[in-house]
Design a binder for this molecule. Structure first.
Ligand SMILES: NC(=O)c1ccc[n+]([C@@H]2O[C@H](COP(=O)([O-])OP(=O)(O)OC[C@H]3O[C@@H](n4cnc5c(N)ncnc54)[C@H](O)[C@@H]3O)[C@@H](O)[C@H]2O)c1
Length: 267
């Protein structure tokens, strides 16, 4: 299938599974010529690269630790050299506190400093550094260059027991705006997912004392009564990366089944 991303080259971080994998495959499905997929998990990354090839694009799998500056720089350089440029950057990788602690109490008054730092490094600092290193290539792109950042509804509203996650996602929403300003005409937008059915969401539920109750609480405010699907998020990300969104920059898009549309919960 060809689509609105014909001939573009892209880099997607956190593409080993979940939303990042879905975005990488959707970029290929919509006509991207080549997609670099980056993740720290070599095994799942190789699977994503195969899916991208099966969807019709060249794929380059790059093992990267987004907490290490040199690793980020190498990821960007390798992508741009391999594909002779870069048109689309998707800063998607993200982590939540439960990736670094099994403590059930992770609130503002108890979160260990090391957990805060780890979440900050992946969710916000790495988004900035990747953008910084990719900027020279994006500026040279003749094909409507675009950055798409993955934020979260947690960056728009308070959420218990995940202070570093929410604060870093709020940071991503603002980083999106300042990036759009400083890099124009390179466009930069972000999207804010609610609960999406990925390993991150499932691991977060599993860490709860009562996962079933938490799952019901998470979806109760939604008007669409189910978890979102990574493919639904991927289509929004690809729209923002495409020329169809040529007049959109510095913006945030909520994709949450209507949870933020009201202050209620379903019975
Ligand atoms: N799933 C949800 O409900 C949800 C909701 C809102 C926002 N998000 C955001 O969507 C993005 C993707 O989330 P997901 O649910 O697909 O998560 P996921 O955990 O399923 O996938 C994230 C990927 O990022 C990779 N990653 C983590 N740390 C890394 C590092 N230091 N270096 C390189 N790669 C690293 C992981 O290996 C993994 O493959 C994240 O930014 C997340 O915060 C997810």
């Amino acid at each position: 299938m060809t689509g609105s991303l014909d001939g573009r080259t892209g880099l997607v971080t956190g593409a080993g599974q979940g939303i990042g994998r879905a975005i990488a495959v959707e970029l290929a499905r919509q006509g991207a010529a080549a997609v670099a997929v980056a993740d720290r998990n070599e095994e799942t990354l190789a699977e994503t690269a195969e899916l991208v090839r099966a969807a019709g694009a060249r794929a380059e799998a790059i093992v990267c630790d987004l907490r290490v500056t040199d690793s980020i720089a190498a990821m960007v350089t390798r992508t741009a050299e391999h594909f002779d440029g870069l048109d689309i950057l998707v800063n998607n990788a993200g982590v939540i506190e439960t990736a670094f602690t099994t403590e059930p109490d992770r609130g503002v008054d108890s979160l260990p400093e090391a957990v805060w730092d780890a979440v900050y490094e992946v969710n916000l600092k790495a988004v900035w550094l990747t953008t910084k290193f990719a900027a020279p290539y994006l500026r040279r792109s003749p094909r409507g260059p675009a950055i798409v950042n993955t934020a979260s509804v947690s960056g728009l509203t308070g959420f218990p027991n995940s202070p570093a996650y929410g604060v870093t996602k709020a940071g991503v929403i603002h980083l999106t705006k300042v990036t759009a300003v400083d890099l124009a005409p390179v466009r930069c937008n972000c999207f804010c997912p609610g609960v999406i059915d990925t390993p991150l969401a499932r691991d977060f539920l599993a860490a709860a004392e009562d996962p079933d109750t938490l799952e019901r609480h998470l979806t109760a405010p939604q008007l669409v009564e189910r978890f979102g699907r990574p493919e639904e998020v991927a289509r929004l990300a690809c729209f923002l990366a495409s020329d169809d969104a040529a007049f959109i920059t510095g913006s945030s898009y909520v994709i949450d089944g209507g949870a933020l549309a009201w202050l209620g919960v379903r019975d």
